[in-house]
Design a protein around this ligand. Structure first.
Ligand SMILES: Nc1ncnc2c1ncn2[C@@H]1O[C@H](COP(=O)(O)OP(=O)(O)O)[C@@H](O)[C@H]1O
Ligand SMILES: [Mg+2]
Length: 287
């Protein structure tokens, strides 16, 4: 494993392929894994300027095969923490973890021997603003597989179809796979980005407000999709929409001013929060 790869904000980094070999030990078959802690955050602090910590003393364990929602007012550090999970923050030169560690599938992902590109094969990401490549629908989904060097047409065809089915988009696009991904509606483009992400079979999918640029109908479609995808992937979703958190997530983490205030089953956190701040936030008293 090389640790010296320069990390650039390329399409490849954002939606990378899944290899046979891995920087992070992973087995897609293991059913035991479903109940494992796939992400462990240990007493983490993080600063963008190397000085002022925007995340403080975060400890959190995320269960495999579940949907975990990060909620909290704007600026409380939800996206920052999410981007720590696939080392996207490494793209910012002065940014760093100033205390603590993050383990994913048992590997300390900030260990000097972990390759970020390799890590992102296991930890895919879907962004707020859907960002298909200016390529055909087919090529958008096949992208990561081609990067892996897969050339066999039957293999690519099968993976593209399965991924589009998985993303709930196949029926809508199967007759126009050569059309541009950019010609789809917003909700379809976001599902195309989800198809692109799942094509490379990551273990974990990070979603940063994936519905906030979508209309209500597309939002409902993507929410349904999230519920279906959790049988195969561990999903962490940042949302500013508390109803969405209650609809899609098993666990919810409430953040405020860089701290994790409460983390519990979604039912309990919204039904009987243990901390007053959580209660104030979920009842709309601030935020
Ligand atoms: N690239 C950046 N450089 C410097 N500060 C940043 C950067 N991104 C976010 N921040 C700051 O970090 C804090 C947490 O931001 P963020 O993680 O985006 O919060 P959230 O996703 O909860 O809205 C905020 O104070 C924000 O201003
Ligand atoms: Mg954010």
């Amino acid at each position: 494993m090389s640790s010296s790869k320069v990390l650039m904000p390329t399409e490849e980094n954002i939606s990378p392929p899944a290899p046979e070999s891995s920087a992070v030990t992973s087995s897609h078959e293991s059913s035991q894994e479903e109940t494992e802690k796939v992400i462990k955050v240990n007493d983490l602090n993080f600063a963008y300027d190397g000085k002022k910590d925007v995340l403080r003393d975060i400890s959190l364990e995320i269960q495999g095969g579940e949907v975990t929602a990060f909620i909290g007012p704007s600026g409380c550090g939800k996206s920052t923490l999410l981007r720590c999970f696939n080392r996207m923050n490494d793209l910012i030169p002065t940014a760093s973890i100033t205390k603590g560690s993050i383990e994913i599938l048992g590997t300390d992902i900030y260990d000097q021997y972990v390759d970020e590109i390799e890590l992102r094969k296991h930890v895919g990401m879907v962004f707020q603003k859907y960002n298909p490549f200016p390529k055909s629908i087919y090529e958008n989904v096949a992208y990561g597989l081609r990067i892996q060097g897969i050339k066999d047409k039957a293999t690519l065809d099968q993976s593209v179809e399965e991924s589009l089915i998985g993303a709930g988009l196949w029926e809508e696009v199967k007759d126009r796979l050569d059309a541009s991904g950019l010609g789809l509606s917003g909700g379809q483009q976001q599902r195309l980005c989800i198809a692109r992400t799942i094509a490379v079979q990551p273990k974990i999918i990070l979603m940063d407000e994936p519905c906030s640029a979508l209309d209500p109908i597309s939002t409902a479609t993507v929410e349904d999709l999230i519920t279906q995808l959790k049988s195969k992937f561990t999903i962490v979703i940042v949302t500013h929409n508390m109803q969405q958190a209650t609809r899609v997530s098993d666990k919810t983490a409430f953040f405020y001013l860089g701290e994790l205030i409460e983390y519990d089953s979604t039912t309990r956190l919204f039904g009987s929060p243990a901390v007053k701040q959580t209660e104030d936030y979920i009842s709309g008293r601030f935020g």
